[in-house]
Ligand binder design. Structure first.
Ligand SMILES: [Fe+2]
Length: 388
């Protein structure tokens, strides 16, 4: 059995964000809350969109106080802003933090309980206000997904999952990625790759999710290096498309141990989500290979690895390719190199096991397994140590 429900219209194309006004007009919105961060404002990316809203006689108010890994206070503040500005629709412009803040604020606009009472699956009672998402990175996938993540007072990143959270429209405009710094192309691109590999290899089989994941991996294998190196619009466009495909893949097929372990690294140590995933990905792949060599071989082939004598050999080459990719993109080899305090590991292990992504990981995981993966990724030991 497999099920697909993804009621989001996706508009892809160079310049597509300049039609945002007519999109909100067709949703009958009169005053839109724009949720973004100060970096997006400073880069000037909003200007064409606010002009488009003005051309369509749609008023707007800008909430630009989004923080990385949005917490309860941040999403509460965005909700208050929505009410005080008397808005009737939401436009999210930015990376995962802006889009997740917009989604969580939207939950609070139409649902009266505190945000943390909606964590888990299908706890939301009412449809959100009309929400349009415009990603400005190539990693989150949040522009199309049914999930938002909010950080609680104990630094634990908690997912809220519901089909009500799926945006009405996602607008993918490669022009918006032209000013994205190379290190953010790299880290958000590695987040997208992690989404696709985890969705493909975990214990949830879904033909639609697997198809999207494979195509995302293929596009990322082809375009992430050149997109980060020279920022040409063709490769950035492919990365944006791949990121959304990976978002679709994990909406229907979910994730795995990399995300279960990376959320505590971000929550406790403030390491950006894409970087935390990139560091952990080759370690978890190595550990997981025996659980699903077939899917890891498919991922390796999609990354460009030529056929090997058997699936395990191909899967191992896939891990080596990810290690090489991280190196070429300038991703640090270890959490130690990123300045993370190793004494945080016990708390991170505890939080890892609060994630629903542990149960669907392709290989059963014990506390000592997670401890080993954290320790190796902290010190920068070879990820291939799990195989040899
Ligand atoms: Fe992610």
């Amino acid at each position: 059995m497999s099920s697909v429900f993804l009621p989001v219209r996706i508009e892809f194309g160079i310049g597509s964000s300049t039609r945002i006004g007519s999109e909100f007009d067709s949703l009958k919105c009169k005053r839109v809350m724009i949720v973004t961060d100060k970096g997006v404002i400073q880069s000037g990316l909003l200007e064409n969109m606010t002009q488009s809203l003005a051309d369509s006689h749609i008023q707007f108010a800008i909430y630009d106080r989004v923080l990385p890994d949005p917490n309860i206070a941040c999403v509460e503040q965005a909700k208050e802003f929505y009410f005080s500005e008397q808005c009737d629709g939401i436009l999210a412009v930015g990376g995962g933090s802006s889009i997740d803040t917009a989604k969580a604020a939207g939950v609070l606009v139409t649902n009266s309980e505190p945000i943390m009472s909606y964590t888990g699956i299908d706890q939301i009672k009412n449809q959100l206000p009309p929400l349009i998402t415009v990603p400005t990175t190539c990693g989150t996938g949040s522009e199309v997904t049914n999930v938002t993540v909010v950080t609680d007072e104990n630094h634990f990143k908690k997912p809220i999952i519901s089909s009500y959270i799926i945006p009405k429209v996602a607008i993918l405009d490669p022009n918006l990625l032209l000013s994205l710094p190379p290190h953010l192309v790299a880290s958000t691109g590695m987040d997208a790759l992690t989404h696709a590999i985890e969705a493909l290899t975990n214990n949830i089989q879904n033909w639609y999710g697997d198809s999207c994941a494979l195509e995302a991996i293929r596009l990322i294998g082809k375009s992430l290096r050149p997109a980060a190196a020279n920022g040409n619009i063709t490769d950035l466009g492919r990365m944006l498309y791949a990121s959304t495909l990976a978002g679709i893949a994990f909406t229907v097929s979910r994730l795995g141990l990399v995300h279960a372990m990376s959320h505590p690294v971000s929550g406790f140590a403030g390491i950006p989500h894409g970087v935390a995933n990139a560091v952990l990905l080759p370690y978890v792949m190595s550990f997981n290979l025996v659980g699903n060599p077939h899917a890891y071989a498919l991922a390796a082939n999609a990354l460009g690895i030529s056929p090997q004598e058997n699936e395990m050999a191909a899967a191992v080459e896939g891990v080596k390719e990810v290690i090489k990719l991280n190196h070429q993109l300038g991703i640090p080899k270890s959490f130690k190199a990123l300045g993370v305090n190793e004494e945080l590991i016990p708390g991170m292990i505890e939080d890892t096991f609060k994630s629903g992504n542990v149960a669907i990981n392709p290989r059963r995981v014990s506390i000592s397994d997670v401890e080993q993966i954290y320790k190796k990724s902290f010190s920068g030991d070879s990820p291939l140590g799990f195989i040899e």
